[in-house]
Design a protein around this ligand. Structure first.
Ligand SMILES: *Cc1c(COP(=O)(O)O)cnc(C)c1O
Length: 412
């Protein structure tokens, strides 16, 4: 049954394949998409144009923390859409003040800059690092240490610190002065450190690279190294932040604090908004004229971000993530024990991954088209579980059944 009755009146309902053909005619071909056309969502479920219901453990790549069609957030969006959407940053607006205050409160940072995407938040971190080095009179050849198998975004600066040759190679030369170290290997960071090093950037939990949490020893070691050498620690919390790890920000589970950090994905629950935040010397590195954006931090997206942060607090969502994350952990452990094709299980909170002994793309594909379960891969052999943060144990049980069936269909 098709739930969106309005579509009956205004638009001819097309065959799925017709939509796909039209899409391929007009949209730039940068993705190999799955043959599913989603129409609407509710809670932790998505519905395609044929009315099929899918259980969603991908959340639009860790974006839809509050799930689909959150009534309180919809109300906020409607109200702000009617009131004021955009003013430019030449003027002040109240939602940006409120969203900023709330973000600083939960992060313990001192300053925030709102962006339109994750990659732009990373650009901000890199500009802070460069500006900080410049202010110190380090000269133009300062270096930034980034991690292999990292992902920080697709714009040229963020791409420069993304440790993936496949993504980088066609666009070289990129930003100079980036040295790559092995994640969770402090000696490898020391090996590329020089007197020119002005910052280290990493994800607290590597997402696209395959769900690898930083070890406590590594993150604390890098923090100490940065302190000793007067370099900045920049943490990318775009995927692992906003409660997903079982802490509001994943670094809060490591007894350290970064100098600056990025956030995006779940901040707007589907409305494009990100931010970079900084404290101390990193917060004062940037001066008027150094950075800007036309859309960034407009009243519409900030009202949404502000609402998202309120709902997190009201529902005690971080605590919920810990509980249901433990439940997911047990479920995925069970699955790992049951099937020989599962090699490893990693993650924190509601950001977990199963590593398979062989490419897992077919499991992802079978889960979607046969089991109506959305999961996403991270690298070729890893399936990532990043559901809406509002899932309950019953959703985990259901996911387990469908995933088991998909694994059996593919690996036999
Ligand atoms: C998704 C992601 C980005 C890029 O965010 P966009 O909004 O796609 O630009 C950067 N860093 C991490 C860790 C991410 O997961």
């Amino acid at each position: 049954m098709r739930l969106n009755s309005k579509a009956f009146e205004t638009e001819e309902i097309m065959d799925k394949q017709q939509y796909i053909d039209r899409a391929e005619q007009v949209l730039y071909k940068v993705y190999n998409r799955f043959p599913v056309v989603f129409d609407h969502g509710k809670g932790v479920c998505l519905y395609d144009t044929d009315g099929n219901e899918y259980l969603d453990f991908g959340a639009g790549i860790a974006v839809m923390g509050l799930g689909y069609g959150c009534p309180e957030l919809n109300e906020i969006m409607k109200r702000q859409a009617e009131k004021l959407c955009h003013t430019s940053n030449l003027f002040y607006n109240v939602p940006a003040i409120e969203a900023g205050e709330k973000l600083l409160k939960v992060s313990g940072m001192e300053k925030v800059f709102f962006t339109n995407s994750g990659t732009e938040a990373v650009e901000g971190l890199l500009k802070i690092a460069k500006r900080y080095a410049f202010n110190k009179g380090m000269g133009p050849d300062y270096e930034i240490i980034a991690m292999k198998h990292s992902f920080h975004g697709r714009t040229l600066g963020a791409l420069s610190v993304t440790g993936n040759d496949h993504y980088q190679e066609p666009f070289a030369p990129l930003v100079p002065g980036i040295r790559f170290a092995d994640f969770n290997d402090l000696d490898s960071v020391k090996a590329v450190w020089s007197e020119k090093t002005c910052a280290v950037i990493m994800e607290t939990i590597q997402g696209e690279g395959g769900i690898y949490p930083a070890t406590e020893e590594f993150l604390q070691g890098v923090r100490a190294l940065c302190d000793k050498q007067d370099a900045l620690l920049l943490l990318d919390e775009i995927q692992c932040g906003m409660g997903r790890s079982g802490h509001m920000f994943a670094w809060q589970g490591y007894h350290i604090k970064p100098d600056a950090m990025s956030v995006a994905k779940a901040l707007g629950n589907g409305v494009p908004v990100g931010a970079f935040l900084a404290q101390g010397k990193a917060a004062s590195a940037i001066v008027p004229g150094d950075h800007g954006t036309t859309y960034g931090g407009n009243p519409f997206v900030c009202a949404v971000a502000s609402g998202v942060l309120d709902i997190f607090e009201k529902r005690n969502l971080v605590e919920h993530v810990r509980e249901v994350g433990d439940y997911l952990w047990k479920k995925l452990d069970e699955i790992g024990d049951r099937y020989d094709c599962v090699k490893a299980h990693r993650g924190r909170g509601l950001m977990q991954g199963l590593e398979f002994t062989a490419p897992a793309g077919q499991v992802v594909s079978n889960a979607l088209t046969e089991q109506r379960l959305v999961v996403i891969s991270a690298g070729s052999n890893i399936i990532r579980f990043v559901p809406p943060l509002v899932i309950g144990p019953e959703d985990v049980d259901e996911m387990g059944k469908r995933l088991g069936a998909a694994i059996e269909a593919v690996f036999g």
